[in-house]
Write a protein that binds this ligand. Sequence first.
Ligand code: ADE
Length: 542
Amino acid sequence: MERVMERVAFVSVLLVCLVSVRTSETKVFRLPQLCKFCDAESTACAATGVCETSCNIASICESPDEVCVSAWRRSGGNAIIEMMCHNPALPFYGQYLTDYNNTVCQMKQVEDTEEEVYICSCNKEECNDRLFFTDVSPPPGTESSLSKRTLSLMLLVSLFPVLIAVVVLLSAFYCFHVFDQHNLNAPKTNGIQIETCAIIVSDDDRSDSSSANSLNHNTELLPIQLDAIVGNGRFAEVYRAKLKQGATDESFQKVAVKVFPYEEYASWKTEWEIFSDTELRHENVLQFLTAEDRKAERRYWLITAYHERGNLQEFLTQHVIGWDELCRLGWSLARGVAHLHADRTPCGRSKAPIAHRDLKSANVLVKADLSCCLCDFGLSLRLNNSMSPEELANSGQDVLSARYMAPEVLESRMDLENIESFKQADVYSMALVLWEITSRCSAIGDVREYEPPFGKLKDHLCVESMKDDIIRDRLRPEIPSSWTNHTGVQLLCSSIEECWDHEPEARLTAQCIVERFSEISSTVISVSSDDKSAQDSGNDEK
Ligand code: ADE
C-alpha cells in the first residue's frame, strides 16, 4: 500500500508539472492585439447608429494585456474621436473597462463628465474601427449568444485539466500495477514534447507575412496636400503633408510623403516592397501608411508617419543630450536594427530578415518621445530572397554613403553568400551612429559642436579616400579618454568598439547592443545610487 501511495504522489507531481508547463507556455505565446491607433481627430460621426472611423493606422499593442479602445467626445461643438490600445487594469476616461472581451466596440456614455463622452473597448483585430452607438443585439451565433456558450466552454476548459488528471491518475494506478518503473518513464517525456510541439505548430500557423499595405490605386487617391520639403534624398524628396480627415480644412493628420519621379520607379518599388511586409511593423521602424502611383503627375508616393523632430543628424546638430536621452536614442536605434535583422517578430512569428545597407544618422528619425525609428529603405535587401551573389554585388554599391561603409564593403570583400555579412556591415554603420549620439551627450564632459564621423559634413568623402583611412590605417572616430570618466559612457564605448571591429565576424549583433543598453543603464543607476548613498552617509557623518 505504501508503495502504491508513493507512486500516486509521483504521478501527481508529474501532472502538476505537465499542467504548469502547459499554463506557462500558453502565457508566453499570447500575442499582442492589433488595434486602430489614431490621435484625437475631428469626425462627422454624430454618436448615433454605427460609425466607421477614418483611422488608417493600425498598431500592434505594446503588451498582450492591452485591448482596443475608442473614445468619442464633443469638445467646443466639435465631435472628436481617438483610437488606441489600452490596458484594462488602468482606467480609461476615469472608467474601468468592463466589456473589453467583446469582439465589437459597443459605445457607452461616460457619466459625470462635463463633455459628452462615449467610450468602447473590445478584443479583436482592429475591432475599434467600427463604433456601435446603438445596442448591438448580435444574431444567434455571435456576441452575447456566444457569451453563454463561451461561459460553458470556459467551464469545460477549466475543468479539462481536472478531468485529465483523474483519467491519468486512474490509468497510472493501473499501469503501476501492471508495468515496472522503467516502462512508466516513457509517456512522461512524450507528454511534454507533445505540448511543446503543439505550441510551436500553432505559432507557426501565424507565420504569414502577407502585405497588408497594398498599393492605393489611382481611382481612390488619398486627400493629401503637400506642405513643405523636409528631406532631400538621392532618389526622392520628402514632404510634410496634410491628410484631410473630414469636410473642413481644419481636420487633418500630419503625414510624410516621399515623392519619387517616374524615373526612380525601382527605388520606390524596393522601398514599398520592404514596407509592405506587415511583420516589419515596429515602434522603431518608420510607420508606413500606403503607396500611390500618381500617374497624372508622373510621380510615385510613399506615405508614412510624420515626425516633427526630423532626422537624428539634424537633432544632434541642434541639441546636447543627457545620459538618459543617450540611452533612449541608442537603445531604440539598436532595437530598430535588431528587428530589421531578426527572422522572428517579438511575438515569435516568422519574418524576412532585412539588411538596411544605408544606416546613417540622416536615415534615422527622432520621435516625439525621443526614441528613434529607422527610415529610408531604398537600398535595403530582404535577406531570404533569391538574388544571386552577382546581383547582390552590383546592387547599390555605387550609391551607398562611403562615410558609413564597413571596411569589407569599401573593399568589396563581403561574403555575399552569407546573410550574416549584410547584418555585420549594418552593425558597423550603427556603431558610427552610436558614436555620433555619444559625442553630443553631456556625460562625456566637454561637448563639441556636432560633427559626423570622420570629419565635417560638407566634406564629401569618396570611397577611395575612405579605403586608405578605414582599411589601411584602420581609422575609427576618436573616443577621448575624458569620455570614459563616466561609467556608462565607458561601457557603451567598449560596446561601440566591438561593433566597428575590422573583422565582421567579431562584431556584436544589434540584439546584443539592445541587451548591453539594458545592462549599462541599470549599472549606471546602481552606481549613481551607490554614489548618492555614499554622499548621504558622508553627510550623516558631518
Ligand atoms: N524626413 C524624412 N522622413 C521624415 C518623416 N517621416 N518625418 C519627418 N521628417 C522626415
